[in-house]
Design a protein around this ligand. Structure first.
Ligand code: PLP
Length: 451
């Protein structure tokens, strides 16, 4: 073990992993190692229970004058409050949808309604296509100009000087990712938002990849919109969109006539996946409980507020926010992320140092440990003589779940000229992964490359 690896972290991995039933699986006698978090994470038992309990007891449409429908309304309000704490905003700034892509398409149409030829938008070469194509297609429909922010090829970071040069008084929107789902780079989002705001443009942030790794604070970022997907941070397959209240009120959604004009409902189409929304509240509680255990905070029952009939939210979170603007739940979530960050950092250092010893292996993105605060523990690699698919298949047979290809970060794989030869092998580490899994993966890789 290299000396640079920090001491074990505060996370109790045994207790954490025991909460995720799927982690105990085996593949042909090999323990399964879920290194596919960037594609979707596993869920703790409390999320599974919340989903099945909703279906068992409360399953109904919204707005009805009867018990299960009222409980469904209350549950959705609770989930919004939970997400408001998770993102650090107000509950009516949180809209639910099937996934980030759908929400982004919808918002791009509404924003596009107000744009005209001569207006410009900025997208980046590093982003997942879900934060690119909706904007390109909207731009095509509206006859507006698209400018691309490029990357530094050697470390796959955004070229901030280039980004700044693409923003001008005609810019109406800057769409950027919080972190790259391919190479793990974390972008300086606050700086990007400030650059957009300097010319009066909107900042639309894709936080899908960042969300399992780092605390999101939309108030501090001052972004106009931020989209994420709960299935990437230990919740169900759903998308969540934060929009500043002023924008959600002012932009006009395409929607059916009977749908209310009230925010955030006017940004939600048709009947939502209620059972998954029940799972979202439980997923936020998973983070909060982790934080509470770490800091030995008071542990209120997740539905205390619901039982008390309170759904009034104050700025910065919910009714318990107090003057600091941080609720007890938000503070617990912050504590959880601190420990998650520390654990992932240790895993990253161990993984990086092991991968570096495999002859010919190339790691894309930031590799200098002194700059690890600029990246997540998501590694894109290539090994000469082995396609990413071959590697993923051989690892899969040994119980390691990795991914190959472009993961929809298509503009990046094309730009780096790896698209035609299979993209990258992606190894994604999240907080439920262990140092033992890292060591086993490294041994399996060495075996596959014939070391
Ligand atoms: C960075 C990033 N953005 C957007 C998406 C699309 O999210 P969704 O599947 O919720 O539409 C993904 C999915 O992998 C992603 O990794």
């Amino acid at each position: 073990m290299p000396t640079t690896v920090p001491a074990p972290t505060a996370l109790d991995l045994t207790s954490i992993r025991a909460q995720f039933p799927s982690l105990a699986q085996t593949v042909d006698g090999h323990p399964a190692a879920f290194l596919d978090g960037p594609g979707g994470t596993q869920v703790p038992q409390r999320v599974i229970d919340a989903i099945s309990n909703y279906l068992r007891h409360d399953n109904a449409n919204t707005g009805g004058a009867y018990a299960t429908s009222r409980r469904t309304d209350a549950m959705i309000a609770e989930a919004r409050g939970a997400m408001a704490d998770f993102l650090h905003c107000v509950a009516d700034e949180v809209a639910f949808g099937p996934n980030m892509t759908t929400l982004t398409y919808a918002m791009s149409r509404a924003i596009g309604r107000e744009l005209k030829p001569g207006d410009e938008i900025v997208v980046t070469r590093l982003d997942h296509d879900a934060n690119v194509s909706p904007w390109l297609q909207m731009a095509q429909d509206r006859g507006i100009t698209v400018r691309w922010a490029e990357i530094h090829d050697q470390d796959c970071t955004l070229d901030m000087a280039d980004l700044a040069s693409k923003i001008n008084p005609n810019t109406k929107l800057v769409a950027a990712g919080y972190a790259s789902n391919a190479v793990g780079t974390i972008n300086p989002v606050k700086e990007i938002v400030a650059l957009a705001h300097k010319v009066g443009a909107l900042a639309y942030i894709d936080a899908v990849h960042y969300s399992p790794h780092g605390l999101i604070d939309v108030a501090a970022l001052d972004c106009d919109f931020l989209a994420c997907s709960t299935y990437k941070f230990f919740g169900p397959h759903m998308g969540v969109l934060f929009g500043k209240r002023e924008h959600l009120k002012r932009f006009r959604p395409y929607k059916v006539r009977p749908n209310t004009n009230a925010i955030p409902n006017c940004w939600e189409w048709g009947t939502l996946n209620h059972e998954c929304i029940a799972g979202i509240a439980a997923c936020v509680e998973y983070f909060a409980n982790l934080g509470r255990e770490l800091t030995k905070m008071r542990v209120p029952h997740p539905f205390d507020r619901l039982r008390a009939g309170s759904s009034v939210l104050s700025k910065g979170g919910n009714d318990a926010a107090g003057t600091s603007g941080v609720t007890e739940r938000r503070a617990a979530i912050e504590a959880a992320y601190e420990a998650i960050h520390e654990h992932e950092r240790a895993l990253l250092e161990r993984m990086m140092s092991g991968l570096n010893k495999i002859p010919g292996l190339k790691i894309y993105g930031i590799t200098d440990p002194a700059r690890f605060h600029e990246r997540c523990a998501t590694l894109a690699i290539r090994i000469p003589g082995h396609t990413p698919l071959e590697l993923a298949t051989q690892l899969g047979e040994r119980g390691f779940f990795t991914w190959d290809g472009n993961y929809y970060a298509l503009n990046l794989t094309e730009h780096l000229d790896v698209e035609k030869s299979g993209g990258f092998l992606r190894i994604g580490l999240v907080h439920y992964n262990t140092t033992e899994e890292v060591d086993r993966l490294l041994a399996a890789m060495r075996e596959i490359v014939g070391e």
